[in-house]
Design a protein around this ligand. Structure first.
Ligand SMILES: CC(C)(COP(=O)(O)OP(=O)(O)OC[C@H]1O[C@@H](n2cnc3c(N)ncnc32)[C@H](O)[C@@H]1OP(=O)(O)O)[C@@H](O)C(=O)NCCC(=O)NCCS
Length: 206
């Protein structure tokens, strides 16, 4: 493991494409708005138990909300605050099937990101998100030059717990009332991986 300067802060190109034989991960673009709106609408019930509640009367899948979300992702990327990667299938048209995010990035002595992910309900249980998280880790420890990626999972989310275990995360502990999810301060199991622990499991083409 090469030593890193504590002030390093790589910002990968926003046009980066990270591919495996099955999927491509890339930043969101303005032209994705209609497709993102469809997939968010379709998966509203699937994602609600694991997402922040939205304010009464506010539609998080409105054209304005989705456009603002994409603009925010691109701005955060360029500032090195968060790298949000859309997961697309490597078939005709590369349809969007999910998202992996490396958010809340702090540099300095921490070099850490918070991992988040979801996949379209119809594409679950095919190992696709395990593969996407593998790619996101290669991106985090490679192009983004981070040292640590952490994740928080509610104990009643067996798929997410299993995914982190498969990808090689280490359980660090249990945080009570950690995140406000679906309107309630929920307990979470805390996981992390540092660069020293990372074992590339998937070949990624950039
Ligand atoms: C959690 C989630 C991302 C898993 O995505 P996925 O593409 O289905 O995951 P994978 O197919 O790569 O499966 C990973 C492992 O978890 C297991 N798994 C997936 N869903 C499961 C479930 N509901 N119950 C038990 N195990 C499950 C898989 O079998 C696999 O383990 P295995 O190889 O030992 O069989 C997906 O269900 C999702 O988007 N859920 C809603 C959003 C969410 O919970 N995000 C994470 C918040 S922390």
């Amino acid at each position: 493991v090469p030593p890193r300067s504590p002030s390093s802060g790589a910002i990968p190109s926003i046009s980066a494409r990270l591919a495996t034989p099955r999927i491509v991960l890339r930043a969101a673009r303005t032209t994705d708005v209609p497709e993102l709106r469809r997939i968010h609408r379709k998966n509203a019930d699937h994602l609600r138990p694991w997402s922040p509640a939205h304010a009464k009367g506010e539609d998080p899948t409105s054209l304005t909300a989705i456009s603002n979300m994409v603009a925010r992702y691109r701005q955060q990327w360029k500032r090195g605050e968060a790298f949000v990667l859309l997961v697309t299938l490597r078939t005709g048209g590369e349809p969007i099937i999910g998202r992996v995010s490396l958010g809340g990035i702090l540099r300095g002595v921490f070099q850490n990101a918070h991992l988040g992910y979801w996949i379209d309900a119809d594409h679950q249980r095919r190992g696709l998100m395990t593969e996407a998280v593998d790619v996101a880790l290669a991106f985090a420890f490679g192009m983004a030059d981070l040292h640590r990626v952490q994740a928080a999972v509610m104990p009643n989310n067996p798929g997410s717990l299993r995914l982190l275990e498969k990808v090689g995360f280490r359980r660090e502990g249990f945080a009570e009332r950690y995140l406000e999810i679906a309107g309630t301060w929920q307990d979470h199991a805390i996981f992390a991986m540092t660069r020293e622990e990372w074992k590339p499991r998937t070949d990624v083409t950039v």
